[in-house]
Design a protein around this ligand. Structure first.
Ligand code: PGA
Length: 253
């Protein structure tokens, strides 16, 4: 059985005081015995402090991005080894905001995925189509292309320790969630594509849904057979909302 994962993507939000309050509240409320994984993804400057605050408790810390290069003259970048050094366990790669605002293409995302894995970080590979692409019937073509680029560079075996997040761009931060059936259809497509290359890995791969996940819709989304948790943006900034979403994942089985 796949262990659900709830990941909180804080995006460019927070402050030392707000983060400390949010993490303290979450630590108090989430139950270590829940059969789920929980991770938060604060901005880079707050990672070390978040990691110290959470120690080795049930909430892991991950980064929102990672440099594809290992070290050296790449001003402004943060390497996978640095993230690993401060105790990060995961990194998002290919979030749609990175793809859109910073022009990250499939090839770069594939290299970031490799960089994360090279030091033992769990890559959370984000895939998703725009509204235009969905409306013109290209969802599977786009998601398949994004996935194939990462598969081609890394190989199927590297997906053993990876996670995929399906995040339709039209659902991110818009309040417009994909319906559970819409999410399930794309998740099943992604799993099939992986399983075609390796049935075992396809069966074990965790596929998260992201895009306006809230306390009020989490249980319905997580009830879908191929939805193994969520990548949560806006609602991860509220201890109440994020706690309820984690509780919905914990109640899944
Ligand atoms: P949202 O963001 O939950 O605010 O829609 C999700 C994400 O971008 O990861």
């Amino acid at each position: 059985m796949r262990r659900p994962l709830v990941a909180g993507n804080w995006k460019m939000n927070g402050s030392r005081a707000a983060n400390a309050a949010l993490l303290a509240e979450l630590e108090l409320r989430v139950k270590p015995q829940w059969p789920i994984d929980i991770a938060v993804f604060p901005p880079f400057v707050y990672l070390a402090e978040a990691r110290r605050a959470l120690e080795d408790g049930p909430i892991a810390v991950g980064a929102q991005d990672v440099c594809a290069e290992a070290s050296g003259a790449f001003t402004g970048e943060v390497s996978a080894a640095m993230l690993q050094d401060i105790g990060c366990r995961a990194a998002l790669v290919g979030h749609s905001e990175r793809r859109h605002w910073y022009h990250e293409d499939d090839a770069l995302v594939a290299r970031k995925f490799a960089a994360a894995l090279s030091v033992g970080l769990m890559p959370v590979l984000c895939l998703g189509e725009t509204l235009d692409e969905r409306e013109s019937g290209k969802t599977e073509a786009v998601v398949g292309r994004q996935l194939d680029a990462v598969l081609a560079l890394n190989g199927i075996e590297r997906f053993v320790t990876a996670v995929i997040a399906y995040e339709p761009v039209w659902a991110i931060g818009t309040g417009r969630t994909a319906s559970p059936d819409q999410a399930q259809a794309v998740h099943a497509f992604i799993r099939r594509r992986i399983a075609e290359q390796n049935a075992n890995i396809g069966g074990q791969l965790r596929i998260l849904y992201g895009g306006s996940v809230k306390a009020g819709n989490a249980a319905d989304l997580f009830a879908m057979p191929d939805v193994d948790g969520g990548l949560v943006g806006g609602a991860s900034l509220s201890a109440d909302e994020f706690y309820e979403i984690c509780a919905a994942a914990a109640a899944r089985h």
